[in-house]
Write a protein that binds this ligand. Structure first.
Ligand code: MG
Length: 160
C-alpha cells in the first residue's frame, strides 16, 4: 500500500457580472471570480492537491486555459476528471482539508452544501472532508477585497 499527501493553492480576482461559484455551489454575491472556467478557486486548489499527491502534474497541464473546451466550464467536471485520472492509477482519496480565504461573503451558511457536493465527487464520506473559511484580517489583496484564495491538503491511498 502506498500513501501520499498533496497540497494545492489557488487564487482568483473578483470580476463583475459573473456568478460566484465556490465548492461546487452558487453563492449569492454581487460579483464572481475572473477565470477561464467558472472560477471555483476551492475546487482548483483541491484538483492541484490531488494531482500533486499522485505526481500527475497540475490543473493547468490537464485543462489549459487557452483551450476553448474549458471556457466557463463547471469546475465540478474538472474535479471528476481528476478523480478519474487518480482511479486509473489505483489511487483513492482518504481525506481532504480545505480552507477558503476571503473577506466577503460569509461562508458559514454554505459550508454544509459545499461539503455534501464535493464529498460526492471525491467518493468520500462527508466526515472525511473538511472545508473551512477565514478572513485575511483586512491585509493584502484578499484583505482589500480584490479576490479569493483557497488551499487544500489531501491524502490518497494506492492499493493495487
Ligand atoms: Mg484557478
Amino acid at each position: 500500500m502506498d500513501f501520499r499527501i498533496g497540497f494545492g493553492y489557488d487564487s482568483h480576482r473578483f470580476a463583475p457580472d459573473r456568478p460566484l461559484v465556490l465548492g461546487g455551489i452558487r453563492v449569492p454575491f454581487e460579483q464572481g471570480l475572473a477565470a477561464h472556467s467558472d472560477g471555483d478557486v476551492l475546487i482548483h486548489a483541491l484538483c492541484d492537491a490531488l494531482l500533486g499527491a499522485a505526481a500527475l502534474k497540475d490543473i493547468g497541464t490537464h485543462f489549459p486555459d487557452h483551450d476553448p473546451n474549458y471556457e466557463n466550464i463547471d469546475s465540478k467536471i474538472l474535479l471528476s476528471k481528476v478523480i478519474e485520472l487518480l482511479h486509473q492509477d489505483h489511487w483513492r482519496v482518504n481525506n481532504a482539508d480545505c480552507t477558503l480565504i476571503l473577506e466577503q461573503p460569509k461562508m458559514k451558511p454554505h459550508i454544509d452544501a459545499m461539503t455534501q457536493t464535493l464529498a460526492q465527487l471525491l467518493h468520500l464520506d462527508p466526515s472525511r472532508l473538511s472545508i473551512k473559511a477565514k478572513t485575511n484580517e483586512k491585509m493584502g489583496f484578499i484583505g482589500r477585497g480584490e479576490g479569493i484564495a483557497a488551499t487544500a491538503v489531501v491524502t490518497i491511498i494506492q492499493s493495487v
